[in-house]
Each structure stands twice: as structure tokens, then as C-alpha cells.
Design a protein around this ligand. Structure first.
Ligand code: 3HC
Length: 288
């Protein structure tokens, strides 16, 4: 099965990035958002990133035009019916994913491959919302999608070899490196990364070191591009909390349990960069 046309459901942080890299690699790509306003916001962020690339000399104006021409926005799921690959990147709610995947399954081509960009929900469970468990897998991208080189390709017990091969080839065609993983919460990266971020919050909560010293310690001591508290703001405290809860429920290990401070900050609406406040104040540039 050759992937020629791509659909992306959701044009938020991850969906817009996935649609962008797909269109940038030359694939006609249709991206769907629920309202015209949200769609315009997502497409606007893609244009802004591409424009930044042109200004930095990373991309020619002609390539930007080609990318934009490959991208089509819609609010109708049915407009993804003729896609060979559909990547779902809607909010992390199983009920919502069930609705979206069920509709797409009925509308879409029989041979089309469906993928979820979920970071921690079960790919196997999602595949049961469709009649195509053999053509279903996880394609987990990283934030910011256009800059992060990795995609975790998640195989369930039912994913066919041809589905795995075609989806992996598409990931390589859009310039990503693939790692293959089984279907357990967090896959490889979040299984290792999330306990680290939670531990950093516990260290901060216990007063062992200041926010800036924790972040400097890991940046300068380990060569990480961002400190763990900055990274948590970047990923989103709400997202981190929900991944931690899913992993804790599955593994029942204390290292996955969300710290009290994280829960309180989420309840207070301090979700990090996206809400303007987390461990850092994002209304200033750079965040303070
Ligand atoms: N177009 C093209 N290229 C661009 C660009 C644009 N608009 N904007 C930036 N770039 C290029 C830059 O030119 C630079 O390239 P170079 O290395 O060849 O010079 C490169 O991208 C890095 O950009 P910047 O120099 O502007 O930015 P930084 O060096 O500060 O890096 C970062 C930014 C890549 C985000 C880096 O800080 C980083 O890697 N942070 C860690 C992010 C991370 O860990 N993400 C994973 C989170 S976990 C996750 O997503 C999983 C989920 O399930 C929770």
C-alpha cells in the first residue's frame, strides 16, 4: 500500500506540526479542525513557522509556497475519506477518539491506514473503534514536530506487517527517524521522560533547589537542551499530569504518580506555555 494522500485530524500543537511536515515533504495533506476559527489558528501557526524558516534561510520562499499549496484545511471529517493515511491528533479523550475514528472508519477508504498520535492511551483499544485493527497503529510525534526528528511507531498485536512497513516508510519520507515500540502507556520516550519530569517537580516541591538551579543543573550537567521544569511548561502541565495518571494506573509504581504540586498547578490553570503561566511566566520573552 503506497501512501500518497494524508489526512490529519486536529490542527492543535501536534496536529498542525504533523500536517506541516507532511505537506513540506510533498504529500497532499488535508487537516481537519472542529471550527473555522480553530482551523485558522492552526494554519496560521504553520504559516508563521514556515515564514520563520524562510527568514532564517532554512527554506526558500518557493518551498514555503509549495508547502502551503499542499495543505488543505477543512472542518469536515468526510473530506479525509480519500486519504491513504489518516493520523489522529485530537485531544487525549478516548470518548472523542472513539467518535472520530468510528466516523472516519465508515467514511474512509477500506485499505487506508489509520494512526493515532496519542502519547499514552492504548493503541489496541483505539483500533477496536474501527473495523481495521490490522491497518491501525501508533505514530507518536514529539513537540515541536517540525524540529524533533523522532517518531515512535507503535505496533499492536493486530497491526499487519504491510501497515507497519508503509507507515514507517512514510515517516522516513517526511524526514523522521523511526523507533519501533510495543503498545504500553508512554511507549519508550514518555516511559523514561515522564518519571524524570515528575522527579524534578518533587525535588522542587521538597525545596532541595530552586527552579532555576534545577533547570541549570540538568542543562549544564547533562547537556539537555531544556531543564525539566522548563520542559514540563513546554509540554504542558495538564498533558504531563494526564500521561502520569494513565501510566500510574497501568503500572501502579510510585515513580509514575503525579506529585501534589503538579495537580494543584493544573487545578489552578497553570498549564505552562499554552496558558502563559506554569513554573515560568511566559508573558515575558524569554520566559521569567
Ligand atoms: N524553520 C526551520 N528550521 C527552524 C525554524 C523554522 N521556523 N526554527 C528553528 N529552526 C531550526 C534552527 O535554525 C536550528 O537549526 P540548527 O541547529 O541547524 O541551527 C534548530 O531548528 C533549533 O532551533 P533554535 O536554535 O531556534 O532553537 P533551540 O536551539 O532553542 O532549540 C528546541 C529548540 C528544538 C525546541 C530544543 O530546545 C529542544 O530540543 N528542546 C527539547 C524538546 C523536547 O524534549 N521535546 C520533547 C517533549 S516530549 C513530547 O513531545 C512527547 C509528548 O507526548 C509529551
Amino acid at each position: 500500500m503506497e501512501i500518497q494522500k494524508v489526512g490529519v485530524v486536529g490542527c492543535g500543537l501536534m496536529g498542525s506540526g504533523i500536517a506541516q511536515v507532511s505537506a513540506q515533504a510533498g504529500f497532499p495533506t488535508v487537516v481537519r479542525e472542529v471550527t473555522a476559527e480553530l482551523l485558522e489558528k492552526g494554519l496560521g501557526s504553520i504559516r508563521k513557522f514556515l515564514q520563520g524558516g524562510v527568514e532564517k534561510g532554512k527554506m526558500s520562499a518557493g518551498d514555503m509556497e509549495k508547502t502551503v499549496a499542499n495543505l488543505k484545511g477543512t472542518t469536515r471529517l468526510e473530506d479525509l475519506a480519500d486519504c491513504d493515511l489518516v493520523v489522529e491528533a485530537v485531544s487525549e479523550s478516548l470518548a472523542l477518539k472513539r467518535e472520530v475514528l468510528g466516523t472516519l472508519d465508515r467514511a474512509g477508504k477500506r485499505e487506508a491506514i489509520f494512526a493515532s498520535n496519542t502519547s499514552s492511551l492504548s493503541i489496541t483499544e483505539m483500533s477496536t473503534f474501527t473495523q481495521r485493527a490490522d491497518r491501525f497503529l501508533g505514530l507518536h510525534f514529539f513537540n515541536p514536530v517540525p524540529l524533533m526528528k523522532l517518531v515512535e511507531v507503535v505496533r499492536t498485536l493486530s497491526t499487519s506487517d504491510s501497515t507497519y512497513k508503509a507507515a514507517s516508510e512514510w515517516c522516513r519520507a517526511i524526514g523522521k527517524t523511526v523507533v519501533t515500540t510495543g503498545d504500553t502507556p508512554g511507549f519508550v520516550v514518555n516511559r523514561l521522560l515522564v518519571p524524570y519530569m515528575l522527579d524534578a517537580i518533587r525535588v522542587y516541591e521538597q525545596g532541595l533547589a530552586s527552579r532555576d538551579d534545577i533547570d541549570s543543573a540538568m542543562k549544564l550537567g547533562c547537556g539537555y537542551p531544556m531543564g525539566p521544569l522548563f520542559l514540563t511548561d513546554y509540554v504542558g502541565l495538564d498533558t504531563t499530569f494526564s500521561i502520569a495518571e494513565i501510566m500510574f494506573n497501568e503500572f501502579k509504581e510510585p515513580r509514575f504518580a503525579p506529585p501534589t504540586l503538579l495537580k494543584r498547578m493544573v487545578l489552578a490553570g497553570r498549564h505552562g506555555r499554552k496558558t502563559g503561566r506554569g513554573f515560568y511566566d511566559w508573558s515575558t520573552n524569554p520566559p521569567s
